[in-house]
Design a binder for this molecule. Structure first.
Ligand SMILES: [Zn+2]
Length: 234
């Protein structure tokens, strides 16, 4: 077994944590100011670039898929103490509500790292946009990842236009464009939906659009595979 890989991984992890911690003071000040001042200004609360933020998520997912989690080594008591007064997540994820997609776990992250919004079918609603705009404009996340997943029940039901109880069918209208684009193929519909919702975020939110234009944010679509544990950006 090689001794190089874990050392390299630990070193990268340390650098990442240092980058996050070094921005803590600035983060608290700007977050407080932002909450008092009129909204609309963008704050950079981590030193990561949008590309580096996405890379951090994906390397975390590689650790998860390889069963080499490092997030469980953190002292949760210390992390809780450090995050009582502030949060400075480097990424936001719009995920399905599915219990098989535990967001922090599959990206090997812990308290304070990811700003997560979840709704069945990982779809964009005004409330989801509002939440993610808070993540971008106030908390300064550098990447927003729309995360679909294999075996998504919401997409499947929408494909078959199943009769469902209560208000579940409200989801169908949001998922219809993906269903139409998929030609009836389940996997294609899942992938298309993540892409469509990501594009919706890029175009329907002025906060997100401006942050992308300023080079402060990336919005990406990805699919999580339940069997392999791997996330593929597409
Ligand atoms: Zn789902």
């Amino acid at each position: 077994m090689s001794h190089d890989a874990p050392t390299h991984r630990d070193s990268g992890r340390r650098q990442f944590l240092q980058a996050v911690l070094s921005s803590a003071v600035v983060g608290v000040a700007s977050q407080a100011a932002m909450e008092l001042a009129a909204p609309g200004r963008l704050n950079a609360q981590t030193n990561l670039s949008p590309d580096a933020a996405l890379r951090e998520l994906l390397t975390g997912n590689e650790r998860f898929a390889a069963n080499q989690l490092t997030s469980i080594e953190h002292d949760l008591t210390v992390l809780k103490e450090k995050t009582v007064a502030k949060q400075e997540p480097f990424a936001a994820v719009l995920s399905c509500a599915d219990s098989r997609v535990p967001v922090e776990l599959i990206f090997d992250q812990t308290i304070g790292h990811i700003f997560v919004t979840r709704v069945a079918g990982n779809l964009v609603t005004p409330e989801i946009i509002a939440s993610l705009e808070y993540g971008v404009a106030v908390l300064g996340v550098k990447v927003v990842l729309v995360l679909g997943h294999s075996g998504c029940g919401a997409v499947k039901a929408s494909l078959k236009a199943d009769t469902v109880p209560g208000q579940i069918s409200v989801l169908y209208a949001h998922l219809r464009p993906a269903v139409e684009r998929s030609g009836g193929d389940f996997e294609k519909a899942i992938e298309a939906n993540a892409k469509i919702q990501a594009e919706l975020l890029r175009t329907s939110s002025t906060v997100i659009r401006d942050a992308i234009k300023a080079g402060k944010l990336n919005v990406e679509a990805a699919v999580y595979d339940l069997a392999s544990g791997k996330v593929t950006v597409g």
